[in-house]
Ligand binder design. Structure first.
Ligand code: SF4
Length: 181
């Protein structure tokens, strides 16, 4: 492995954090990993913005609101390599099922007409990011260098991709850890 620590940033956009949980399923192997990796902005620390010179950005989740787009662009500007992690980042995933409905229908179901709704009102505080009319995969907004499939990708797949990159190799996944569910 390289002697220089590589800088990795991670984020969850319209994701469920399941991909991050699967990454953490590398368990004790994280101890060996952090000998070679330092983390920039990530939900696993308190860093608010990407270091301007990150090596790898792991992106979980597609794009469902304006903040997602903003964060994704920051990652693309800061990271040499962007990896779309999981089905949501790759093709929108389960959240993209809302694309079968209008945004108005979704908001009305969630905040006005849905079962159990009390004090019906669609939130409109200026602090809230505006929803996009559709959910998008990240490659529709930025260039993506690699795709790590799965919902979520298995921990072994995270290890294999990161190890390959640390060794300066083109990442490749053996069939047994390459899946799409
Ligand atoms: S790909 Fe699956 S596990 Fe990952 S964020 Fe999407 S729903 Fe969650």
């Amino acid at each position: 492995m390289s002697t220089r620590k590589i800088r990795v940033a991670t984020t969850s956009l319209a994701g469920c954090f399941g991909c991050h949980m699967s990454f953490l399923d590398i368990d004790e192997r994280i101890v060996g990993l952090i000998e070679h990796v330092e983390f920039s902005r990530s939900p696993i620390n308190d860093i608010k913005h990407c270091h301007p010179d990150c090596d790898i950005g792991l992106i979980e989740g597609g794009l469902c609101n304006a903040e997602n787009v903003h964060v994704l662009k920051e990652f693309r500007e800061s990271c040499k390599i962007i990896i779309a992690v999981g089905a949501c980042a790759i093709n929108g995933g389960v959240p993209a099922m809302r694309n079968h409905f209008t945004l108005k229908e979704c908001l009305e179901e969630a905040y006005l007409d849905g079962i159990g709704v009390e004090n019906p009102m669609i939130p409109n505080d200026v602090e809230l990011p505006l929803l996009l009319s559709k959910v998008h995969p990240i490659h529709e907004v930025v260039h993506v260098d690699y795709y790590l499939p799965g919902c979520p990708p298995p921990a072994d797949a995270f290890m294999k991709v990161l190890t390959d990159l640390l060794e300066g190799k083109e990442p490749s996944l053996p069939k047994e850890i390459l899946h799409f569910d």
